[in-house]
Design a protein around this ligand. Structure first.
Ligand SMILES: [Zn+2]
Length: 120
């Protein structure tokens, strides 16, 4: 593939699909070549989506990584309203969620008072 041509077309404002049609490659192949050449991908989204569905930066409750979520899901975290526990939307991945629920279970177990009743 002519990477310099693809880069020039992409930087002139054509989409990956259009560039791919010009250089006879798939958009994914064009993206890969451009990334290898150090050309960043343009933010590919409709401004109306950004306006209607703003995103917020969230810190994962388990691993502390920062990621972005739709604001709606952040505010109404999957319908989970259990207060001391972070809702599902505060975790970056299902692995972190499982880890968080494990930790929560351990914390809950430490808070629980066990009463033994013996019947005679
Ligand atoms: Zn995480």
């Amino acid at each position: 593939m002519n990477v310099s041509l693809a880069a020039k077309l992409y930087q002139e404002g054509l989409t990956l699909r259009e560039v791919g049609a010009m250089v006879r490659r798939t958009p994914a192949a064009v993206l890969f070549a451009l990334r290898k050449a150090g050309i960043p991908r343009r933010p590919n989204c409709n401004p109306a989506w950004v306006r209607d569905y703003p995103r917020v930066e969230v810190t994962c409750a388990s691993c502390g990584r920062k990621f972005k979520r739709r604001q709606f899901h952040y505010l109404y975290g999957g319908g989970t309203r259990s207060k001391p526990n972070p809702p599902r939307e505060r975790f970056c991945s299902s692995v972190c969620e499982a880890w968080g629920s494990r930790r929560r279970a351990a914390e809950r177990a430490s808070r629980t008072t066990v009463i033994e009743v013996t019947y005679r």
